[in-house]
Design a binder for this molecule. Structure first.
Ligand code: DX5
Ligand code: ZN
Length: 218
């Protein structure tokens, strides 16, 4: 099993000390920072936008992985590029003109990704592979941190990894939602390249240990 990257989700950070939280997980071995953007329409919750991304950018050198849970991602591509985002994912369920949106993300200088809700069929990715750098597989219903991983999504990840191996081995598989130290081995085994983890990192006092355990260390 190849080494996995860990992307702490800032949704679970202490917002009163966001700068310190970001620097702490960077020192603790985080590979990316996951940034959950919600519009209150695509998901029943609101979070934060480009202004916060720009602030985080100033205190960390880690690549920012922006996950757009919004119905109109096209209006946010340029603002997030300017705010210093490195990767940007949009939901296949939200976008009508996916080819155009993915091209706009690339033109804006970011790595485009497509996110899939837990029960969205893998077949919706059939035409997507040539246009993305990563696929983000939701293992909970998007909208909130701290939920339990839906067990059936582990099998889905395994099937996705087998398809990926055939059609686009360079495309990264990111798993998002309910990731814990307990289910991380199964997710790594199934083919995850990146584990997004909010609660499993930020609710732990020892972030270094949490990240190391997620990666399969001690
Ligand atoms: C859910 C978000 C996730 C979430 C993960 O809508 O996309 O990134 O913050 O948080 P945990 O790891 O606590 O499930
Ligand atoms: Zn997310």
């Amino acid at each position: 099993v190849k080494p996995v990257k860990v992307a702490p989700s800032l949704l679970a950070a202490d917002f009163t000390r966001l700068g310190e939280e970001v620097q702490e997980v960077e020192r603790a071995g985080a590979d990316l920072l996951h940034f959950d953007v919600m519009d209150g329409v695509f998901v029943p919750n609101l979070s934060f936008g480009p202004v916060v991304c720009q602030a985080v950018r100033r205190v960390s050198a880690l690549p920012l992985d922006v996950h757009l849970m919004v119905t109109k991602p096209e209006v946010l591509i340029e603002p997030f590029a300017k705010a210093g985002a490195h990767r940007l994912s949009v939901h296949v369920e939200a976008v009508t003109h996916l080819h155009r949106v993915l091209a706009q993300i690339r033109e804006a200088g970011m790595v485009p990704g497509v996110a899939l809700n837990p029960l969205t069929p893998l077949a919706s990715l059939d035409e997507v592979w040539p246009f993305v750098g990563f696929i983000l597989l939701m293992t909970v219903n998007p909208g909130f941190g701290g939920q339990s991983l839906i067990p059936e999504t582990v099998g889905k990840l395994g099937r996705l990894a087998r398809i990926r191996e055939q059609v686009a081995p360079h495309v990264e598989l990111v798993v998002d939602g309910g990731v814990t130290v307990d289910n991380a081995p199964a997710l790594r085994q199934a083919g995850a390249d990146v584990l997004v983890a909010g609660t499993a990192v930020f609710a732990e006092a020892d972030r270094q240990r949490a990240i190391s355990l997620l990666k399969g260390g001690s």
